[in-house]
Design a protein around this ligand. Structure first.
Ligand code: ZN
Length: 308
């Protein structure tokens, strides 16, 4: 197992895009500030998509304009060239492009065939590099498609090879609809790592069928360098039927840190962020560590308990 792993916070984009409650620009900025306070160094802050289709992201430019310059890398998600133009007019340092493994899902998600989505993702990377920014490519529905079922590994590997050749800083495998299980994650991460090395593999996991944390563990074991996670386990995809939230950041951090794998993130600050955001959303969020609390408690509390 590695000594450490990177976590990319995705709650401000993937976490919120499926929420019907319109979160104010101010609260989105506060959510990002909570993540930064917890030590997050790379964070997906918005997506540049059609506001008519994803109203929650209509204030992408305003959110980004209000963000502090801390040295953390802000990612803007982009599904097409128009989105890339918008993103490059902001201060995001990294563009996140998305291609999808099947035509059925790619058409619903972004009005493109699978092949077109990969072409456009590679174009987005080129546009980012030309503008002096970095870019990464995520392969959506890498572990299964809601419309076409199982996705052949060979197709994912071929897409990953082309994505890697585009100049992207990493390639991500997304379990967009949350159907993956650890054996699948271990196999596909291992195969894609072999195909694109030395470029790193990131994973993006949804907990739709309660395998999210187990999949995160399998991804780390298989050598993924980075895991996407969302404070509180927010999330979902408006174009994927039944999709549930991302793996909760604080639950992933608890699991990994207690296993001796450093994340660089502060669990107490993440729990505070989740508690605050739960209040904004007016409901309990799916993550569990924020409800149960850390274990063991801080040393000082334990001592106090002994004295009593
Ligand atoms: Zn997602």
């Amino acid at each position: 197992m590695p000594d450490g792993i990177e976590i990319v916070e995705v709650s401000p984009r993937d976490g919120l895009q499926n929420e019907s409650l319109q979160v104010s620009t101010e609260n989105k900025v506060s959510l990002i500030r909570h993540a930064l306070a917890a030590g997050v160094r790379r964070i997906e802050v918005a997506s540049f998509v059609n506001p008519a289709k994803v109203p929650q992201m209509a204030d992408a430019e305003a959110v980004i304009a209000a963000l502090p310059d801390t040295g953390a890398v802000y990612i803007g998600l982009v599904l097409n060239r128009r989105g890339a133009v918008r993103a490059l007019e902001t201060k995001v340092q990294q563009l996140g492009a998305v291609c999808v493994t099947t035509d059925s899902f790619a058409m619903r998600n972004q009005g493109q065939t699978s092949a077109q989505s990969l072409d456009i993702a590679c174009d987005v990377v080129g546009a980012a590099l030309a503008a002096g920014r970095s870019a990464q490519i995520t392969i959506g529905a890498a572990f299964g498609c809601p419309f076409e079922g199982e996705v052949p590994h060979d197709r994912v590997i071929a897409m990953a090879r082309r994505a890697a050749a585009s100049g992207a800083v990493e390639v991500a495998l997304a379990d967009t609809i949350g159907v993956a299980v650890p054996a699948h994650v271990r196999a596909l991460v291992t195969q894609v790592r072999g195909a694109i090395a030395p470029l790193p593999v990131r994973v993006h996991l949804h907990n739709t069928r309660n395998t999210g944390l187990a999949n995160a563990w399998a991804a780390v074991e298989a050598g993924a360098a980075t895991i996407d996670a969302a404070i509180g386990g927010l999330g979902g995809c408006p174009f994927a039927p039944g999709a549930a939230g991302n793996v909760p950041t604080e639950d992933v951090v608890y699991m990994l840190e207690r296993s001796g794998i450093a994340t660089g993130l502060d669990l107490d600050a993440l729990i505070a962020g989740t508690t605050w955001f739960s209040g904004i959303m007016g409901r309990a969020l799916p993550g569990m560590v924020s409800r149960a609390g850390r274990f063991p408690q801080a040393a000082i509390s334990v001592l106090e308990g002994v004295e009593q």
